[in-house]
Design a protein around this ligand. Structure first.
Ligand code: HEC
Length: 271
């Protein structure tokens, strides 16, 4: 084999090895996870439009009294969660559905806000500070800052604690200022310190002391839907980004094969 042929085949192998490794590194870095806390997996599925619709409804009913989603507009959310002409909803249907199910806030003149409005609310930060000892954060970006598994575990992690002003504490957010707003649904939990075999501290175990309206599986579904919705809300573009991403990767692979074939063709007469 000539030296040219050798360097050529080395080049080819470098190409064949480096491209997949790079792809793995890029894909791996997308899904960074937090191992410090004992988080439960939220199994978010942004293609599940019904879950997103239920999540949006729970959000405006149970959360929006305090939290805003100030980077999201109602009509964009409606479109993204599947209230579209493709699914048989006319523009009027969407406006009506929004008015009946999602839009409960009013503007300064007391009229319901428009369907193109941002999902803001009117909770004054100062009042929040006085009521909860903490300001109420906007949740537009919480899906990214905390991550879905954290939100899921947080909403399942409230337990009774007499020493706290709201009467509850939380396994992943110590001394949290938020009351357990889903307590009527989930019921009220107490924390028991678990002791491992050797008397070591295990992860704390939460036990249901007083049942709520829902059983454990039903409550998990509510929390899953809420987490799904907040994950979507933190990056609406990811619905299309992921599909585009798959096409881009397919194109890269296809292009790689064509380039390889072309390279073979170019060098086939040179020995
Ligand atoms: C009564 C007001 C109130 C309601 C209703 C409420 N929250 Fe909260 N929430 C708070 C306050 C106050 C904090 C800040 C707690 C702190 O900093 O100690 C908070 C914090 C949070 C956080 C943590 C944000 C972060 O990154 O620190 C999440 C997530 C959250 N709430 C989700 C929800 C969801 C989901 C709902 C609806 C099911 C909800 N909240 C309903 C008052 C409320």
């Amino acid at each position: 084999m000539s030296s040219k042929g050798l360097s050529n085949s080395i080049r080819k192998w470098v190409f064949v090895l480096i491209v997949p490794v790079l792809l793995l590194v890029i894909l791996g870095s997308i899904g960074g996870s937090d191992h410090k806390l004992n988080l439960q997996s939220a199994h978010v599925n942004l293609d599940d439009k019904e879950s997103l619709q239920r999540g949006a409804k729970y959000f405006v009913n149970y959360c929006m009294g305090c939290h805003s989603l100030k980077f999201n507009r109602y009509n964009r959310v409606a479109k993204d969660i599947g209230l579209t002409a493709d699914n048989g909803f006319s523009d009027d249907d969407v406006v009506n559905l929004l008015r009946e199910n999602l839009i409960f806030t009013r503007d300064e003149e007391g009229k319901p806000v428009k369907v193109g409005s941002l999902m803001e609310n009117a909770y004054p930060p100062k009042a929040a500070k006085m009521a909860f000892g903490a300001s109420v954060p906007d949740l537009s970006l919480v899906g990214r800052s905390r991550g879905p598994d954290w939100i899921y575990t947080y909403l399942k992690g409230f337990y009774l604690d007499d020493s706290r002003p709201m009467g509850v504490n939380n396994t992943v957010f110590k001394d949290v200022g938020m009351p357990h707003v889903l307590g009527n649904l989930q019921g009220w939990q107490v924390k028991e310190e678990a002791h491992g075999k050797d008397g070591e501290h295990g992860a704390p175990v939460l036990k249901l002391a007083k049942p709520g309206k829902l059983n454990a599986a039903e409550y998990d579904r509510v929390v899953h839907d809420l987490t799904n919705f907040l994950t979507y809300a933190s990056e609406p573009a990811q619905l299309s980004r992921k599909t585009i991403g798959i096409f881009v990767l397919l194109f890269v692979i296809l292009f790689f094969l064509v380039a390889l074939a072309l390279e073979k063709e170019y060098w086939k007469d040179i020995h």
